[in-house]
Unconditional design. Sequence first.
Length: 281
Amino acid sequence: MQYIDLHVHSCCSDGTATPEELVQLAIDSNLVAFALTDHDTVEGVARALDAARGRNIQVIPGVELSCEYTISPTRKKEIHILGYNLDHTQPELVDTLSKIARERDNRNQKMCENLNAAGFPIDYESLTARFHGTILTRAHFARFLLEQGAIPSIDYAFKKILAQDGPYFVSRKYLTPQSGIELIKKAGGLPVLAHPLLYKMSVTELHHLLAETKEYGLQGIEAMYSRNRGNDEAFVRKLAQDFDLFITGGTDYHGTNKPDLEIGRGEGNLRVPVMLLENLK
């Protein structure tokens, strides 16, 4: 059996491996293909494609877009839309992602100010110097604070310091699911809902989400995923069947930021069979 990984992050977003290192890791892990799906950026795609040229590995150009879904007038949820086989040079895609990066930078500066005022050893200049050339996420905040000895673990940072309902968090503007899906489609890509069970929605809410995003052009759903438990995969496969969506699968590999995951092999010995590549054609 041959295997693939359709959900992988590099240091261009919140992973720790370079795009070039990911290519080598994938080869070393005997994968035949992987998708580079960095958060809100395609900066690493060309590098990964170049590194894979002439080698026995296929790199699928991808992205993972952060979108804000309105469940009710008083409740919103961040969801992620994966885009596969897209043109990473498409002007509207590149321009939109650049604007998102600038807006995220403004948010990050404000979060640094909040943390610094509370006594944490962090400032924006030091953070950007430590993670130069990377789109900063909360994972970088956590890693920086851990390296400074200010927190006991990255998990602690997300639960106690960087939680969205915490005192230091600063919200940012998001794409809507409709605009995210349309952006992926304009770049020739296939839009897929990432890890649907991580959003902690009720079954009814998930059905509403899928019905709405299907109208916008959603084509797939991530059924095989590292954090699945018990009958989770079977449940998502049934959602795919009910809403006429193809399925994908991936580890959500982030390097040492998620040390329990390997590229191509997730929790519970998750392995994604090569046959799922057919869904991306």
